[in-house]
Design a protein. Structure first.
Length: 252
């Protein structure tokens, strides 16, 4: 008879960050960051069975799978790395393919959620809350499988829950299809007037967003299916209800 071992307590959180530099219609990529958090979590998860992978345009970008003895099989990639063709310049208003989904790369069925965060960064890397994240349009697809937590979401942050159990090795439907930088960004200019010693005036126009970066962060969280209502409440702080025999959940 197989002996049951006491499950360790920790969640799986996958975080990938992409920064695109918008300077004179050129694009550059920054490295993604993969982090793991275990604070404020008490639901039981069998670590040697759980794992999750963030998928972009059909390819795994980053993954984190538990092996044993607090050892993780993990890799970090770069989101939006292949958004542009070689030599192509970023075009405002153009919809670039950006299909994001999640794969269960562990050994147990799981529930997953994704947190998307959009922001603008100054040339020195500091976040600028005065610039609208809504100009970064990651187009989310209408879906019964992915549900947005409207109460917890803002123009900067969107939290989506996959309402079905994600079986071992399976992938969710894509939650987004395109990424577009609103062309309205091109109309935001700063006018500077200078006068020389002879009284001649020089007017300089500078794009308000020139030298800025736009950031898209995608976090993937996973919990086990056992005792799901309590597990999700403990891990994510939200109330859910199981609404069907196949394990579909809804937000309360």
């Amino acid at each position: 008879m197989m002996k049951k071992r006491k499950a360790k307590k920790a969640p799986v959180i996958l975080l990938i960050v992409a920064a695109i530099c918008l300077i004179a219609s050129t694009v550059g990529s920054a490295s993604a960051a993969l982090t793991y958090h275990s604070e404020h979590y008490s639901a039981e998860v069998v670590l040697n069975s759980i794992g999750v992978t963030l998928v972009e345009n059909g390819k795994g970008v980053s993954y984190r799978d538990y092996i044993k003895d607090d050892t993780w099989h993990e890799a970090t990639g770069v989101l939006l790395e292949n958004m542009l063709e070689e030599g192509e310049e970023l075009q405002l208003g153009k919809a670039y393919k950006e299909e994001i989904s999640v794969t269960n790369s562990g050994e147990i069925d799981s529930y997953v959620r994704v947190i998307l965060t959009k922001s603008w960064r100054k040339p020195d890397g500091q976040k600028d809350p005065a610039l609208s994240p809504e100009l970064i349009d990651l187009h989310l697809l209408p879906s019964e499988d992915w549900v947005i937590d409207e109460d917890a979401s803002t123009p900067e942050r969107t939290i989506l829950y996959y309402t079905k159990i994600l079986p071992i090795g399976a992938s969710t439907p894509v939650l987004s299809d395109t990424l577009t930088i609103d062309p309205a960004i091109g109309s935001k200019v700063i006018e500077t007037v200078t006068t020389d010693k002879d009284g001649y005036k020089t007017i300089t126009y500078t794009y308000e967003y020139d030298g800025y970066k736009f950031n898209i962060d995608a976090e993937v969280h996973a919990v086990q299916t056992h005792n799901v209502v309590d597990a999700i409440k403990s891990a994510w702080g939200v109330d859910v209800k199981v609404v069907s025999d196949d394990g579909m959940i809804s937000l309360q």
